[in-house]
Write a protein that binds this ligand. Structure first.
Ligand SMILES: Nc1ncnc2c1ncn2[C@@H]1O[C@H](COP(=O)(O)OP(=O)(O)OP(=O)(O)O)[C@@H](O)[C@H]1O
Ligand SMILES: [Mg+2]
Length: 824
């Protein structure tokens, strides 16, 4: 082991130094020492510490003033261990001097020169110095390490502190509303954005439980407590009151990572999403609106489809009823005319007359029915004139009150300045009466009927759902009652003909049908609003007219007048023709007849004078009735023209209206109607012509034909009853009749004898009547052939006549007359 050197300081004199060295050598420590004379001490102290000297400075006994030297050394080398060696007797004084004040620090000791104390002292000094030196080194290196670490962490610390400062600065001053909460929900951080959004200053918020800062905080605190590492985030959206306004607040909560280490915390970023919420609400509202609109439109579409279906259905029924009514009218015409012809013959017969009157009343009822059917089918000939609905209601006041009875209160509400409307007055009256009677029937216990008229404008929105209705100005007539109302299924069918809920015999189910047809034909519209138990309103819309109101003349009354003018009757239906001719003749007129327009034209062209042309509208042949009328006017200036029809046709009725100057007599008409109309027209024309022309004698015979004589008729009819009655009628007319039941029998008869006329039913067992007719013609071209049919007019050959069933005596009579004319 290397022994540490001891710096020994001795007195300057050589002898003293030597003596010291010798003493030390004698002590066995001399080799350890480096001797420094006192004179060189200052220089030595200035250079360095006695590191190599083990840090022990020994002050030798030779030194005269050891304490002064010790102080000097201590001042220069405060770490050095001072060992003051003295002579034994010198020690107490030195100890005393040193004891007063610790001027030499802690490391010093005194030792006597005597052995073994000096060696021990020296050893102890060295050990102490070494220990202190070691301690110092350890401390220094520890310090050095500490300094190093300290320097590094300080940099990091600085850096961290700076970036945290920046971050917090950023957050604190950002517009984002950011909060930091500890596990207990206490506010640790509060950005200025949060202060602004929530209206709570940073100072007020920091350190306080969030829940105390406002009602809006409750949900956020609740959400914050539910956060956990498995679900570290949560979004809360709520409506809150901030600054007196309702706002939508969105809070995004995030568990801070420190949670893992046990220090729970939550960061919350808040946003005011009012605008977004509002936009979403608006979008939702717009969506709902859209859905509503779509469903409304769908509903409207379905409604209009339903309406269309309903209209199509009514249209189809209309076609059917129109056809039926037409045929029905002809039947009624025959029955009615025959009954009327029969009337003078049974005048005194009591019971017979009563029966006759009942039959005639039934014909009237039938005629009303078929006219309602025609009205529904929109084939009723209308004569629309500009009229005022208010005036019409006023005129009907009496009639309505009488029809309704006393237990029903009638109220009218007419708008001022009611527009004029274009409608057929008579038909309008019928409609009003029908509606009023329906109302009456719906109020058996009494109630109130309200008649209301007003100007309305129907817009496209309304007309879209009604086929054929154009938007525009209308006069609305509403008939309301406080009656039982209709369930929807009744209202849906109420316009259908024959739909009635009334007991048998009480209702025909045609009232609303005719009102419907009338409205449609008049270019208007009708609608039912009804609520079971509440009542019903039927609204009729008629188009506005800009023409001046026409106040109609009162219906002619008084006795029927006949005349002696000449009338040309053009009618293809021979049965009808026969009764018309008979009627006109009975009124004193001279009558010419033709079965089609062509034949009529021939008569007119022959130069015979005709005062009035009475023609059916629909006739076979290429020449149409309006053309015939036109040609007639050219050929016979001043001729009056009267049309008649089972229903109107476009030929004379355009859009439900008669052409100007056209007069129409609708079938079935009463004898009286025909007489009045004919008389009226003839008078009118006479007035117009001012120079009445004398009636010229007719060229064609219009007198009843001479008796049938021995006209031979072959009657083929498989129905025994009909065969019998027809045979009787023919025989009544003076014919010689052979009646058979089959085509085969007819064949045989035709071959056996000759006939003027073959009258055969169209459907015979095993063979068609038409076929038989053809064969018969081939056998005998001179013979007249007539086919009768129960399906109206049969599709016969040109030279074969038609006799639609049912036919009566007059039809047969006229048939026989015609055959006789050909025979003659
Ligand atoms: N004002 C009303 N209140 C309640 N139900 C009504 C009303 N008007 C009509 N109805 C219903 O509509 C059905 C058809 O009416 P519509 O006028 O066509 O025929 P009707 O009155 O039964 O017979 P008709 O009028 O031919 O004598 C009626 O049977 C009734 O059920
Ligand atoms: Mg009715």
């Amino acid at each position: 082991m290397r022994m540490e050197a001891i710096l020994a300081i001795a007195a300057s004199g050589p002898e003293a130094a030597e003596a010291d060295a010798a003493r030390l050598a004698a002590q066995g420590v001399g080799a350890l020492c480096a001797f420094v004379p006192q004179a060189a001490l200052a220089q030595r102290l200035a250079v360095n510490e006695p590191a190599e000297a083990g840090g022990v400075v020994m002050l030798l006994p030779s030194l005269a003033n050891p304490l002064a030297v010790a102080r000097t050394v201590h001042a220069a080398w405060p770490q050095a261990y001072l060992l003051i060696v003295r002579a034994e007797d010198d020690l107490p004084r030195l100890r005393r001097d040193l004891g007063i004040a610790p001027m030499l620090g802690r490391q010093w000791s005194l030792a006597a020169v005597a052995e073994p104390e000096l060696t021990t002292a020296l050893r102890q000094a060295l050990a102490s110095s070494r220990q202190r030196r070691q301690l110092r080194t350890t401390l220094a290196s520890a310090n050095a390490r500490l300094r190093e670490t300290h320097a590094v962490s300080l940099g990091e610390y600085h850096r961290l502190v700076t970036s945290e400062h920046h971050l917090s600065n950023f957050l604190r001053h950002s517009q984002a509303a950011v909060l930091g909460l500890d596990a207990a929900g206490t506010v640790l951080f509060w950005s200025e954005g949060a202060a602004e959004l929530l209206g709570v200053t940073v100072r007020r918020a920091l350190g306080r439980p969030l829940a105390e800062l406002g009602d809006w905080a409750r949900e956020i605190v609740q959400a914050a407590t539910s956060l956990a590492p498995e679900h570290p985030r949560q979004l809360v959206e709520q409506m809150v009151h901030l600054g007196g306004q309702e706002r939508a607040l969105e809070a995004m909560l995030l568990l801070t990572p420190a949670v893992a280490a046990g220090a729970r915390g939550t960061s919350v970023v808040l946003r005011d999403v009012t605008a977004r919420r509002r936009a979403q609400d608006q979008l939702r509202e717009a969506n709902l609106q859209l859905q509503r609109l779509v469903s409304e439109r769908t509903e409207a579409l379905e409604k209009s489809q339903l309406a269309l279906l309903q209209v199509q259905k009514l249209e189809a029924i209309g076609k059917l009823t129109g056809g039926v009514a037409h045929d029905f009218n002809n039947v009624l015409q025959v029955i009615g005319s025959n009954l009327q012809l029969l009337q003078p013959l049974v005048q005194d017969a009591g019971e017979s007359e009563r029966l006759l009157r009942a039959a005639l009343a039934a014909v009237d009822r039938g005629a009303r029915l078929s006219s309602q059917l025609l009205a529904f089918a929109r084939r009723q000939p209308l004569d629309p004139v500009p009229l005022n609905v208010g005036r019409k209601l006023h005129e009907m006041d009496d009639l309505l009150r009488r029809s309704l009875g006393e237990h029903i209160e009638v109220e009218s509400s007419l708008a001022a300045g009611l527009w004029t409307t274009l409608a057929d007055g008579g038909q309008l009256e019928n409609v009003i009466l029908n509606l009023a009677i329906n109302a009456r029937d719906a109020m058996p216990e009494g109630g109130r009927l309200t008649l209301e008229a007003a100007n309305v404008v129907l817009d496209e929105e309304y007309t879209r759902t009604v086929p054929d209705l154009t938007p525009g100005q209308y006069v609305m007539l509403a008939v309301s009652d406080t009656g039982q109302g209709m369930p929807p299924e009744v209202a849906a069918q109420a316009f259908e003909p024959f739909f009635t809920t009334k007991p048998e015999g009480k209702g025909t189910g045609l009232g609303l049908s005719m009102a419907y047809g009338f409205a449609k034909q008049s270019g208007g519209h009708i609608r039912i609003y009804s609520e079971p138990g509440q009542g019903t309103t039927v609204k009729l819309y008629l188009p506005r007219s800009f023409e001046k109101e026409v106040i109609p003349p009162r219906h002619p009354t008084g006795p029927v007048q006949g005349g002696s003018e000449t009338i040309l009757v053009v009618e293809d239906d021979l049965a009808v023709q026969a009764v018309v001719v008979a009627t006109l003749q009975s009124l004193g007129y001279r009558v010419l007849r033709a079965s089609d327009a062509q034949a009529a034209l021939s008569i007119l062209q022959s130069g015979v004078h005709v005062d009035l042309l009475f023609t059916d509208v629909v006739m076979p042949g290429p020449l149409r009735s309006p053309e015939l009328a036109q040609r007639a006017r050219q050929l016979v200036p001043g001729i009056a023209v009267l049309f008649t029809s089972g229903y109107t046709q476009n030929a004379i009725v355009h859009g439900g209206r008669l052409d100007p100057g056209v007069e129409l007599l609708s079938k079935p008409y009463r004898q009286e109607d025909l007489a009045r109309k004919v008389r009226h027209l003839l008078l009118l024309h006479r007035q117009q012509a001012r120079t009445p022309k004398p009636a010229e004698p007719a060229e064609q015979a219009d007198e009843p034909s001479s008796p049938a004589g021995a006209l031979r008729v072959l009657l083929v009819e498989d129905e025994a009853e009909l065969r019998e009655v027809t045979q009787q009628m023919l025989e009544l007319l003076g014919c010689r009749v052979q009646a058979v039941a089959s085509a085969e029998a007819a064949d045989a008869a035709l071959r056996a004898g000759s006939f003027h006329l073959l009258l055969t039913d169209i459907s015979l067992p095993g063979r068609s009547g038409l076929e038989l007719a053809r064969e018969a013609r081939a056998l005998n071209p001179e013979m007249q052939v007539v086919v009768s049919s129960g399906y109206g007019k049969a599709d016969t050959d040109a030279d074969t006549w038609n006799l639609p069933k049912p036919y009566g005596l007059p039809e047969l009579q006229s048939l026989i007359e015609r055959v006789q004319a050909t025979v003659a």
